[in-house]
Design a protein around this ligand. Structure first.
Ligand SMILES: [Zn+2]
Length: 69
């Protein structure tokens, strides 16, 4: 999968909400299974550690992923 040029502001981690964990989970690029281009920006499908497929909406969550500086 070619991730070049894909939303550079998300860095290398995702924090999608997993319904099975009932919380956000931290996933890296190795968990990405698909990327859908939507009118609102790219939508990333990831495989959670528990096997659940979770969706990361880059446009909605990028601003909340900032680590403490
Ligand atoms: Zn999970």
């Amino acid at each position: 999968m070619d991730l070049n040029g894909f939303v550079p502001q998300t860095r290398d981690m995702f924090a999608p909400y997993c319904s099975r964990h009932q919380s956000r989970v931290l996933l890296g690029y190795e968990s990405v299974i698909d990327i859908e281009q939507t009118p609102f920006g790219p939508k990333v499908l990831l495989r959670c550690h528990c096997g659940e497929v979770v969706v990361h909406d880059a446009t909605a969550e990028a601003s909340r992923l900032e680590p403490a500086r």
